[in-house]
Design a protein around this ligand. Structure first.
Ligand SMILES: Cc1cc2nc3c(=O)[nH]c(=O)nc-3n(C[C@H](O)[C@H](O)[C@H](O)COP(=O)(O)OP(=O)(O)OC[C@H]3O[C@@H](n4cnc5c(N)ncnc54)[C@H](O)[C@@H]3O)c2cc1C
Length: 384
């Protein structure tokens, strides 16, 4: 039997949090709501989710599920690659005429979402989507001729010339949620994700605690202890000199808007710790690199396969399985490379400078194609 109380469906993707979640915020204002996460294990049309990211995803979803259940809000787990049909069935089943989601910008997701939005609107469903994963949406930054901006410094200067990114939304104020029961959940999806995350040979649980609470606490601790020295220390080979927020940003357990405004607020506040303006600038510039990569991927969808500069396609690189394996296992005999690669295999992370060193070593020293390194990073990194 379908519920008589109309409710809003919120489609969660890379926004696994409550604070500054525009879709959840607006849905909560409307009244009853349900949330859904669609797990597409085969990732039809794109590369499968990496091993380390699957571990993170499972724990992140569990954490959000616990948060939402405190308000009696179902997080329905579904699986499959036909998101339109899954969403439509849920809307019908819950007698919901409205769906909200936060926008994704990776080419596959963006195109899929546009097509789903169009089809749902044709079925008289109200669809609202919100800016979320980036501070500057990819189409807002352009050259004088209207094309994508290819050079980072030009890109970032243009971002800085625009109005400040919007302020973060508060945690949603959920009204008495009684009408929507979790009747369509597929327990097998939780079981499958749990299994995939248990099969993980890495030791991620010794280093990481996924979830929104941890994300906020990491941000606070970074502002208190490390932001001031960021300009001098951000390129160190140690992990605790930077914010370590990349996986939390990747899964949307914290939003870039929250990070942006928190660091700016800390640096303008009279309260200690004081923050050097160069450190603030450099940290915002790092967030800018994240924006830039999203901008490039949006405009150049084949970037994961092809060289950004076509002249680099001429490089004489070839797959040598022995060299590749020595790099992957951290057995090249070069201590800094080996330390980085072993850290990656255990903790799923590497500081930025070390990522550059090992990547450069693979391509320029071992002469192995960068795509092989990118594949390995994809399977091991928790922020890929
Ligand atoms: C070969 C290579 C592969 C990389 N792969 C990834 C990846 O898969 N996912 C990923 O998030 N980052 C990637 N980076 C960028 C960068 O190394 C990480 O974002 C950073 O090390 C994360 O640590 P942090 O959160 O402490 O960063 P902080 O220094 O605290 O920076 C804050 C945030 O800014 C963003 N950021 C910082 N530097 C960069 C950068 N150079 N490019 C893009 N965003 C940046 C991240 O979201 C980061 O969390 C890669 C860099 C290299 C050289």
């Amino acid at each position: 039997m379908s519920s008589k109380i109309p409710c809003t469906l919120v489609w969660l993707r890379r926004d696994l949090r409550l604070i500054d979640n525009p879709a959840l915020f607006h849905a909560a204002k409307r009244g009853q709501l349900i949330t859904v996460y669609i797990f597409d294990e085969d990732c039809s049309g794109r590369r499968k989710t990496g091993q380390a990211c699957l571990w993170w995803l499972y724990h992140s979803l569990k954490s959000l599920h616990n948060q939402l259940s405190q308000w009696n809000i179902p997080l329905i787990m579904k699986s499959g690659n036909d998101a339109f049909t899954i969403l439509k069935e849920l809307l019908d089943s819950y007698n919901a005429d409205t769906i909200y989601w936060n926008r994704c910008y990776e080419p596959f997701e963006y195109n899929r979402d546009c097509s789903i939005e169009e089809k749902l609107k044709m079925e008289n469903v109200t669809v609202e989507t919100y800016q979320d994963r980036v501070l500057f949406e990819p189409w807002t930054i352009k050259t004088a001729k209207g094309g994508p901006v290819q050079i980072y410094i030009h890109f970032w200067n243009q971002c800085l010339s625009l109005p400040q990114p919007r302020k973060p939304y508060d945690k949603p104020k959920f009204k008495n949620q009684t009408g929507c029961q979790s009747k369509c959940d597929e327990p097998a999806v939780w079981q499958r994700l749990a299994k995939l995350s248990q099969d993980m040979p890495m030791k991620l649980q010794d280093f990481w605690h996924p979830g929104e609470e941890q994300a906020i606490s990491k941000l606070k601790s970074f502002i208190k202890n490390s932001l001031n020295a960021y300009a001098e220390k951000s390129q160190c080979l140690r992990l605790n000199t930077t914010s370590n927020l990349s996986p939390y940003l990747h899964f949307g357990e914290i939003s870039p808007f929250t990070v942006w405004h928190s660091v700016r607020h800390a640096s303008s506040s009279a309260e200690p710790p004081a923050v050097k303006s160069e450190s603030l600038k450099q940290y915002l510039r790092s967030l800018g690199w994240r924006e830039y990569t999203c901008h490039l991927l949006f405009h150049y969808p084949d970037l994961p396969q092809k060289c950004f500069r076509s002249s680099f396609e001429q490089l004489k690189l070839q797959v040598d399985p022995v060299k590749l394996q020595s790099w992957q296992q951290g057995n090249t005999g070069y201590p800094v490379v080996d330390a980085g690669m072993r850290q990656l295999s255990v903790a799923g992370i590497m500081p930025n400078r070390l990522r550059m060193i090992v990547a450069s070593f693979l391509i320029k020293h071992l002469l192995v194609p960068w795509q092989k390194g990118e594949e390995w990073f994809w399977s091991k990194l928790i922020d890929a």
